[in-house]
Structure formats: structure tokens, C-alpha cells
Design a binder for this molecule. Structure first.
Ligand SMILES: [Fe+2]
Length: 209
């Protein structure tokens, strides 16, 4: 039985070691210039929407309020036009591809969170944070190969994991005015809002044609 292949012979000087990373999972990040100028208006918009429909929807939100879904199509509407600006000039999608999107508003009060989920039937999904106090809940993605590669991930050196973003999970802290867009199949959750204030975001699903 081979018990330990990694010790004994000092053969590393004779070998060239290379890595080719294939098939990345790309997370797109867009920062909205001049967000501060529209921030308060958008936050008021979110609270007005909540007043119109105080019950909202229950999907992945645990305690938080989620608005009904709406199609993003009205250039004269404050939130619609903001969202259109955020993702219609997508620099890495071919211009011939048509982008359509549905969106909804989330208000997570202190202690609220969103359970693990993914967004079936869509191509890309995303979030833009309107109000994101410190510790109000990071969005956390699960490695899509988590089960199959569990032992492999555990076995890699810290240096390899750091330089290749190779972990079981990865999180992004919410940042006001920042848009994050990710493949819809990626399982994710929103951690508990541990601040004393509301955390407000707009989520969306994108379909590409
Ligand atoms: Fe989500």
C-alpha cells in the first residue's frame, strides 16, 4: 500500500509545475457613479413600496420584507430607470443579446436574513444595495462543486486557495451603490442583519435572448 507519496524523494527541482484554471464562475461587480445623489430617493421609494403592500412576499426572506416582482421596463420610473442604467450596458455581454429583467425590493430589519436558495429558469441574477449598514448581512455563495470537491478543498494549501479563490464558500459584504451579478444557478444566502438599522437592496433576475 502506498502510504505517503508526498515525502521522501526530493524531486521538485526536476519538475515544472503549472496550473490551468478552467470554467470559472464569474461574479460581475459594477459600482454606480454618483449613487449618493439618488440614494435617499431610492430608499424612500423602497419604503413607499412597502407601505403599498405591507405583507409582501415570503420566498427566501426570513423575517424580512420582499416586494412583489415587477418587470423592469419603465424608463420614467425612478427605480426602473436606475436598474436599467445598472445592467443594460453590460460590458461583457454581446450587444446582440437582449437583456430582460424582473426585480423586487428587499428590506431586512435587524435579525432578518435570507435562507439558501438559487434562481431557477434565469441566466443571471443580481443585487444592488441601497442601504447597507456595517454587519447588516453579507451575501454568501456556495461553491457549486462543494460536495464533489470537499476533500480536495480541505487538502489544498492556503496559498493555493487564496490565489485561486478556491473555497467552500465566498462572501461579499453589502456596499451601497454596488451591483453584483452572478450566474443564477449559484446557491447563496444572506446572513443575518446584525446592525441596528434596516438593510435595503433590490434583487433581480436577468434573462438573455
Ligand atoms: Fe437570491
Amino acid at each position: 500500500m502506498i502510504t505517503n507519496l508526498t515525502t521522501g524523494d526530493n524531486v521538485t527541482n526536476e519538475l515544472n509545475y503549472n496550473i490551468t484554471n478552467l470554467f470559472p464562475v464569474s461574479i460581475h461587480q459594477i459600482d454606480v457613479n454618483g449613487f449618493d445623489k439618488v440614494k435617499d430617493e431610492l430608499i424612500n421609494y423602497a419604503y413607499d413600496l412597502q407601505k403599498q403592500n405591507p405583507v409582501g412576499r415570503q420566498i427566501s426572506n426570513r423575517g424580512g420584507w420582499q416586494s412583489p416582482t415587477f418587470q423592469v421596463n419603465n424608463k420614467d420610473d425612478l427605480l426602473h430607470s436606475f436598474l436599467i442604467k445598472c445592467f443594460t450596458k453590460f460590458p461583457t455581454i454581446k450587444e446582440s443579446v437582449k437583456i430582460s429583467a424582473d426585480a423586487w425590493v428587499n428590506i431586512n430589519k435587524p435579525n432578518n436574513y435570507n435562507a439558501k436558495h438559487y434562481h431557477p429558469t434565469c441566466d443571471l441574477s443580481g443585487v444592488v444595495w441601497l442601504k447597507a449598514p456595517k454587519n447588516s448581512g453579507a451575501i454568501t455563495f456556495e461553491n457549486p462543486h462543494e460536495f464533489q470537491t470537499y476533500n480536495l478543498i480541505e487538502s489544498y494549501t492556503e496559498e493555493f486557495k487564496q490565489s485561486n479563490n478556491y473555497y467552500h464558500t465566498w462572501f461579499f459584504d453589502p456596499t451601497e451603490g454596488r451591483v453584483l451579478i452572478f450566474p443564477s444557478h449559484l446557491i447563496h444566502e444572506v446572513r443575518e442583519n446584525k446592525s441596528n438599522e434596516d438593510r435595503i437592496s433590490v434583487s433581480f433576475n436577468i434573462r438573455l435572448k
